[in-house]
Design a protein. Structure first.
Length: 637
């Protein structure tokens, strides 16, 4: 009995081989023997035949005149897009024919990989009999197509395919359902990893956009959205999502458009006029190709692939150019990431045009784009790091010019002109001048003066509060050995009495002046003069040139006028040369009595004096009793 079985097996195998050799020279590509496991998981395109035809029944296909029209497969996948662009029409079908044999002693059930059957409709015929029909929307992750082949039997299987748009027919089988499910699980795991990368990048870019609201992160955000739709279209997770359009071309066009926009903003290509114009032209062509793909998916997709073949190397060249020119790490990482994607896109396009024949290249763009995504995240992170370092450096430098509350508001997007109070308010203005500075040693004076002014600026910002905008004073301007400052506006005074606050600050200035400018006992002493006036001032920002905040108004003018009165006091009142503080009548009247007692009052009408620009003034007050040591030095001069 065993001998008889062995003879039957040998005869069957000889018959199969002879049959294949005879018909192989005509239309049959080969017979797949499922008795062993050597064919499990392999793509069987080269062992099948195909025919593109109008609507026919299985009986018509089985006629000899139609059987001889089948063309032997030359690659692992059947790809019909470039062979007959009209194949997506509903009146034409693809017929695929395979020969399967079982030379074993027992019947065997194999499980076809359902990934190759996601079309509008697929009918499977075994020896001319319909064994099953698969329709779009019936597929799910764990679906398989079983086929039982009796022992010592050879069968002919025909697949009638009514394509949607995806015209890559991939056929392979598994010996057991569990092995098929394991393969499906691995494929789902790959897809999950890709989706995880996409959504991680989406979250990262959403955070970037919320933080910076810039066009770079927004462009990459839309690129990732296109990538996500392209991935689910390529993986065919949701068949029928796009209706009659498989969505691959449209989503790929969206990816190409926003990848170009992202590159333009990320690399700052607007700096280079010609490159920027070429990038804009690429965007326009991509938009046209994407719209065309919406209505003519196959032809439009081929048009988009042609654009991509130009666009990808062009953007990579831009990245290399910027990396070499600017010597930035983020541009170099961009080049590596984009280079990875370009290689994967090129391999995928060459596969689609039947130039390369490796099944793994079917998903080359998916894997390459996922890897590129990781590189781009690293590039954006590096650029953010560089940008933040530059930003912090800029803020540190600006902190030397602007107040902290101004920097905070500008960091939050406020314009410079809104960071300081403007309008008309009441304030006390101090005018400071050095007496006889023109006779001083310029080098010695300049060095000490800068030290003095540095300490004065610190005094003015004493008790500065960025929330309530309070401060000891506000420096209006500095000109050589003269400076003006205000108390009460634009910063509110720290105390409750503007005049008292202004007087306290003036006394501090004089004490500091003696300490720094007259620290050398053998040096001819310097004297200073301060005038204080109260009145209206107007805060405003300059309209042209370097924009800065400034104050002007009657109080500013009068402060300089009262400071200038020290000449009259020295010449006509018999007051020796000394540090002198001259204040306006309005300021004097607001001082406490104990402070008023320290001043000498001059009745302007009795002396027939006049303060320029202050016709209403009846008197002024001054004091020069500030430093005994200094007065001794003056008397010896």
């Amino acid at each position: 009995m065993r001998k008889l079985t062995f003879v039957r097996v040998c005869m069957l195998r000889i018959t199969i081989i002879t049959f294949a050799l005879i018909l192989g020279t005509h239309s049959w590509a080969g017979v797949v023997d499922v008795a062993g496991d050597q064919w499990q998981g392999r793509f069987l395109g080269t062992y099948g035949q195909f025919l593109v035809a109008d609507e026919m029944s299985i009986q018509d296909i089985l006629q000899p005149e139609n059987q001889v029209k089948f063309v032997a497969g030359s690659r692992d996948f059947f790809h019909f897009a470039s062979l007959d662009p009209k194949i997506h029409g509903s009146s034409r079908h693809i017929w695929a024919r395979f020969q399967f044999a079982n030379s074993g002693n027992h019947s065997k059930t194999i499980y076809f990989d359902a990934d190759g059957f996601r079309y509008r409709q697929t009918d499977m015929f075994v020896n001319g009999e319909l064994r099953g029909t698969l329709r779009l929307g019936e597929s799910h992750n764990h679906r398989s197509i079983p086929l039982t082949i009796p022992a010592d039997t050879q069968i002919t299987v025909h697949f009638k395919i009514q394509p949607k748009l995806e015209i890559i027919f991939a056929l392979r089988y598994w010996d057991t359902l569990s092995e098929y499910l394991v393969t499906r699980h691995q494929r789902d795991l790959e897809f999950s990893i890709v989706l995880a990368i996409i959504f991680m990048s989406l979250f990262f870019n959403i955070m970037l956009f919320l933080a910076y609201s810039d066009r770079t992160s927004l462009s990459y955000l839309f690129y990732l959205v296109g990538f996500a739709f392209w991935a689910i279209s390529v993986w065919r997770v949701t068949d029928g999502l796009w209706g009659e359009n498989d969505g691959i071309g449209v989503s790929a066009g969206v990816m190409a458009l926003f990848a170009t926009l992202y590159s333009m903003y990320f690399l700052s290509l607007s700096r280079f006029k010609i490159i920027f114009r070429l990038s804009q032209l690429t965007c326009i062509m991509t938009v046209l190709g994407t719209v065309y793909t919406m209505f003519y998916p196959l032809k439009g997709f081929d048009f988009l692939q042609t654009i991509v073949l130009f666009c990808s190397p062009f953007l990579l060249a831009c990245g290399v150019f910027v990396a070499i020119r600017d010597r930035t790490a983020y541009a170099l990482i961009y080049c590596v990431g984009y280079g990875t994607m370009i290689v994967s896109v090129l391999l995928n396009v060459l596969y689609n045009f039947n130039v390369l024949d490796y099944p793994v290249l079917k998903r080359a763009m998916l894997y390459g784009t996922s890897l590129e995504n990781l590189f781009m995240l690293a590039a954006m992170a590096q650029k953010i790091l560089v940008t933040e370092r530059e930003r912090e450096h800029s803020y540190r430098q600006l902190a030397k010019v602007f107040y902290p509350h101004q920097l905070e508001q500008m960091k939050q997007g406020a314009v410079l002109e809104s960071t300081m109070p403007v309008g008309i308010e009441q304030a006390c203005v101090l005018a400071f001048d050095v007496i006889g500075s023109s006779r001083a040693d310029s080098e010695f004076f300049a060095e000490n003066w800068e030290e003095f002014m540095s300490q004065c600026r610190i005094m003015m910002t004493d008790d500065y509060d960025r929330k309530t905008l309070r401060s000891s004073a506000y420096l209006i301007k500095e000109m050589g050995d003269v400076f003006l400052c205000s108390v009460g506006f634009p910063f509110r005074e720290v105390g409750n009495n503007q005049s008292s606050s202004a007087l306290d600050l003036a006394l501090k200035f004089m004490s500091l002046f003696n300490e720094i400018m007259n620290k050398d006992p053998y040096q001819r002493p310097f004297n200073c003069s301060i005038g204080i006036a109260k009145g209206k001032v107007k805060g405003y920002f300059s309209k042209a040139g370097a924009i800065r905040h400034d104050l002007w108004g009657p109080a500013v003018v009068l402060a300089t006028r009262y400071e200038a009165m020290r000449k009259l006091i020295f010449d006509r009142e018999g007051v020796p040369l000394s540090n002198i503080l001259t204040i306006q009548q309005d300021v004097y009247e607001e001082l406490p009595p104990e402070e008023q007692a320290r001043f000498r009052v001059i009745n302007l009408e009795d002396r027939n004096y006049r303060v320029r620009d202050d016709s209403k003034a009846r008197f002024l007050a001054f004091r020069n009793d500030f430093d005994t040591k200094h007065k001794l030095l003056d008397s010896s001069a």
